[in-house]
Ligand binder design. Structure first.
Ligand SMILES: [Zn+2]
Length: 316
């Protein structure tokens, strides 16, 4: 394993801000094939990606010793170090979401300097990228890959190798244009954005599920060769925008869930109660049958806030 600091910026107090890339590669004589980069921690409160990188690096170290790394695997486990230090989504002091600054040309700041350096480093070292995210503090997410409609053709076959429960193809929106994933896909480097669990927590089972999926992706695309390695990956369900139903709170209140993500719901089945200021619980029921893949975890609920997302099951 070779570690390289791709960005180092002095700070007035304390250690410098550094972004580190760890590289696993074959011995020099070997012919390199696929170059895959794994990125985590764009949002400093999303810790599952960091843990997934740790678990993957343990395995990659062993594979490297066994000469089973055939391509190049780059791991960037903490690309927003200051946000990670404070456990916040945004880059502190600037209060900026780094994942809304990629591709920006005008403003210059430490944050845009970091996003520009990271984007260029990924572009020159990758044939494929995986960007790990967890959900916010409000919603629990089943392991899933979200794909913008325009990139569907290239990304869905790769996403199917990653052992996620769901592949959600959604329409393009302007807001995505400053994300890392969008900019890499635009630069013709296939990039998968994985979302799972909830921020500030580690959902061990979900992490292990994704670790297995990423090893399978690396194996199937030729970046690593584990011989007879065959991950038992579950077939992901691909859903289009019209196959996702969102349930929103009609009133403010306390949401008390009565279901779990991953559950297959029947139409009318109870998801939870919303207790309003009048103390009367309102039963929240599923408007359709399908896979419950997002569920509100944070009880404090404003009017219109999302409570659940359900993927309609299509009968074979
Ligand atoms: Zn994120």
């Amino acid at each position: 394993m070779l570690s390289k600091c791709i960005l180092s910026v002095k700070t007035p107090a304390g250690p410098p801000v550094e972004i580190i890339r760890h590289t696993f590669s074959p011995s020099q004589s070997a012919k390199q094939t696929q170059r895959v980069s794994l990125v985590a921690g764009l949002h400093g409160d999303e810790l599952e990606g960091l843990y997934i990188c740790h678990r993957l690096m343990e395995t990659l170290k062993k594979l490297e010793e066994q000469n089973a790394v055939k391509g190049e695997v780059h791991v960037y486990p903490a690309v927003n170090p200051q946000a990670l230090e404070t456990g916040t989504r945004l880059w502190p002091f600037f209060s900026t979401d780094i994942n809304r600054t990629f591709g920006e040309k005008n403003t210059r700041s430490l944050v845009t300097e970091a996003s520009r350096t990271l984007l260029e480093d990924l572009k020159s070292n990758s044939d494929m990228v995986v960007d790990f995210h967890a959900s916010n503090l409000h919603l629990m997410e089943l392991p899933q890959i979200r794909i913008i409609k325009n990139f569907e053709k290239k990304l869905v076959p790769l996403a199917k190798l990653c052992n996620v429960d769901l592949i959600w193809v959604h329409p393009h929106a302007e807001i995505f244009e400053s994300t890392l994933g969008y900019n890499l896909n635009q630069a013709k480097i296939p990039t998968l954005v994985i979302e799972s669990g909830i921020c500030l927590r580690i959902h061990k089972n979900y992490c292990e599920q994704i670790v297995l999926g990423i090893l399978n992706l690396l194996h199937q695309t030729g970046a690593i060769d584990c011989g007879e390695f065959l991950a038992e990956t579950a077939p992901a369900k691909v859903v289009q925008p019209d196959q996702v139903t969102m349930v929103q709170a009609q009133n403010a209140g306390l949401f008390v869930k009565q279901a779990e993500v991953g559950q297959i719901l029947k139409e009318g089945e109870k998801i939870g109660d919303l207790i309003g200021p009048d103390q009367m619980p309102e039963e929240i029921c599923s408007p359709c049958s399908g896979l419950l893949f997002t569920l509100r975890e944070h009880p404090l609920t404003g009017k219109g806030a999302p409570l659940a997302r359900i993927a309609t099951i299509i009968e074979p």
